[in-house]
Design a protein around this ligand. Structure first.
Ligand code: PEP
Ligand code: MG
Length: 325
């Protein structure tokens, strides 16, 4: 099995009936890139930049960040690298910022909410990113977007920083896609409106499931409600893929669900374009996708969308395609 998987390293990910998708990696540091390449990653679908800020006593400087982003972009050559701007808060703390304790940190002052109120800190990251853009194929992604205004404000800052860098004589790539994570139900529901303004979507199911089911992703007591195959989740994913494709935009997924063997057939059927997962899962996912037909998966998910429980969906997928074999 391992040997046959290795043969897929430099092969495309394409269904038996010719639908090509991308299998890419989630990373947390430039050190992870080696493994992405070793496992045949077609790009990076999520670079979690918060690790640059964590496990230290002060904010990382523009130069430190620039070096990290540049390294990743260079090592990935021309392959796409989606860098997510700082997603702090919730379970990811930055003690040196002395933020007040909150009753519900997962529903609190985090990620893009924090960055839009701490614009100087955000601009430092954007400067580092835009300066690095010339060294590869950078795409910028904002976390925890709940409203169009948040996206517009964040995008405006990117454009402002870009102009001021250019004025100072820095080289910045011309076409940098700017997209959002879909991890809050409001954004999935209004995906048709977002699709007119964003360049791409990446569905963050780790949070989208927690917010849709109102079940803390860290709390064992309610983990039975954390159901990736729940028809409600599948329908939200469908809202995003349909709305995006109607406007010619692509949709990825960077939550754990994207690398799950039972979810992959369903996601293919829903039209997902990019599957982002841990590097070690990529070849297995490619192998699985290469043996499926998109047309069959569409039929599969059309049934799943109208089922009533997660259990039913799971059993149906297992019966139909025996995904673990
Ligand atoms: C997600 O929410 O699905 C996601 C990929 O982001 P994180 O796990 O970093 O919250
Ligand atoms: Mg998230």
């Amino acid at each position: 099995q391992k040997k046959t998987l290795t043969l897929l390293k430099n092969k495309p990910t394409i269904t038996l009936d010719g639908k090509q998708v991308e299998v890419v990696a989630n990373i947390g540091s430039p050190r992870d890139v080696e493994s992405v390449i070793a496992h045949g990653g077609e790009g990076v679908g999520l670079y979690r930049t918060e690790f640059l800020y964590m496990e230290r006593d002060t904010l990382p400087s523009e130069e430190e960040q620039f070096q990290a982003y540049k390294q990743v972009l260079e090592k990935m050559e021309d392959k796409p690298v989606v860098v997510r701007t700082l997603d702090i808060g919730g379970d990811k703390k930055l003690p040196y910022l002395n933020l007040p304790k909150e009753l519900n940190p997962f529903l609190g002052f985090r990620a893009i909410r924090f960055c839009l109120e701490n614009q100087e800190l955000f601009r430092v990251q954007l400067r580092a990113l835009l300066r690095a853009s010339n060294f590869g194929n950078l795409k910028i992604m904002f976390p925890m977007i709940a409203t169009l205004e948040e996206f517009r404000e964040a995008k405006k800052l990117v454009l402002e920083v870009k102009d001021s860098l250019k004025e100072k004589g820095f080289a910045v790539a011309d076409h940098i896609e700017i997209g959002i994570m879909v991890e809050i139900p409001s954004t999935a529901i209004l995906a048709d409106q977002f699709a007119q303004e964003v360049d791409f979507f990446s569905i963050g199911t780790n949070d989208l499931i927690q917010y849709t089911m109102a079940a803390d992703r860290m709390n064992e007591r309610v983990s039975y409600l954390y159901q990736p195959y729940h028809p409600a989740i599948l329908r939200l994913v469908k809202m995003v893929t349909d709305a995006a494709h109607a406007k010619g935009k692509w949709v990825g997924m960077c939550g754990e669900m994207a690398g799950d063997t039972i979810a992959i057939p369903l996601l293919l059927g829903l039209g997902l374009d990019e599957f982002s997962m841990s590097a070690s899962s990529m070849l297995k996912a490619r192998n699985q996708i290469n043996q499926l037909k998109e047309i069959d998966m569409k039929e599969l998910v059309d049934k799943a969308l109208f089922m009533h429980t997660s259990e039913q969906v799971m059993q149906y997928v297992i019966d139909k395609i025996n995904p673990t074999s």
